[in-house]
Design a protein around this ligand. Structure first.
Ligand SMILES: Nc1ncnc2c1ncn2[C@@H]1O[C@H](COP(=O)(O)OP(=O)(O)OP(=O)(O)O)[C@@H](O)[C@H]1O
Length: 222
């Protein structure tokens, strides 16, 4: 599903943010990405989302070489990748429903289909009863669940999350991880960046550890 082949990324004339990174992620896998601040986690995810381009090497998603993807195909490609951010980036002047509906409206779905899919996504994250609320009325954990519903609403085969539990207490973090596991169980490939060591150990999944832009660890933590 994801393949990095000798990928390096340098911003401007600075140091390499990623240096000769190679790894494979199978379809349907769930894994974590970790490393100290500045190790390159966000850069790696941005390369997958095509928010940045590699300076060297190649990134393949679903056997597609992203270097060869033309500009006009980028919006179609992005629909394959659901993204969850730490600060969830919700619009506070719109309802929960409208926030989740946004990717579908951009993709041009009909209103009836939008309604059906948004409610299915809100149901999965346990927030169906709050579709008319403004996100500002929700707790931090609930806001993050709205962000997850928005990321999965058009059923992407790949889900990326950058520090999705960064602002949450351990109990809420566990709920959010549970949700990601449920999506993974139905076949979604899930990659989560986190530097919460206790969480990584508890989850007992493959961990890709970055250090100074290089892969320093790949496997379940001891
Ligand atoms: N747009 C940019 N322009 C210049 N340098 C950048 C840019 N984005 C990241 N960097 C640099 O690239 C390196 C890797 O940053 P990156 O954000 O990928 O790390 P990270 O592991 O996600 O860190 P954090 O956990 O703090 O978010 C850092 O040295 C950072 O300063």
């Amino acid at each position: 599903m994801i393949r990095f082949d000798n990928v390096s990324k340098r911003y401007g004339s600075g140091q390499d943010a990623l240096s000769r990174v190679s790894f494979d992620v199978a379809r349907g896998e769930m894994l974590f990405l970790t490393g100290h601040s500045g190790a390159g986690k966000s850069t790696l995810m941005k390369l997958i989302m095509l928010m940045e381009r590699p300076t060297q090497g190649q990134v393949f998603i679903d056997d597609r070489n992203l270097n060869r993807l033309s500009r006009r195909h980028i919006p179609y490609f992005r629909r394959k990748v659901g993204v969850v951010f730490q600060n969830h980036q919700l619009l506070f002047d719109r309802t929960v429903f409208d926030n989740v509906a946004l990717p579908l409206q951009i993709a041009g779905y009909q209103a009836s289909e939008v309604g059906r899919r948004v409610r299915a996504a809100l149901d999965k994250v346990g927030l169906l009863s709050k579709e008319r609320h403004n996100p500002i009325m929700l707790s931090g954990g609930e806001q993050q669940r709205v962000g997850i519903a928005r990321a999965v609403v058009n059923k992407p085969p790949l889900l990326l999350a950058d520090e999705p539990t960064g602002n949450l207490d351990p109990e809420l973090s566990a709920d959010i991880m549970n949700l990601f596991e449920q999506f993974n169980e139905v076949g979604v490939t899930v990659m989560i960046a986190s530097h919460d060591l206790a969480l990584l150990k508890r989850m007992n999944k493959r961990v890709l550890g970055l250090s100074g832009g290089q892969v320093a660890h790949d496997g379940v933590l001891p």
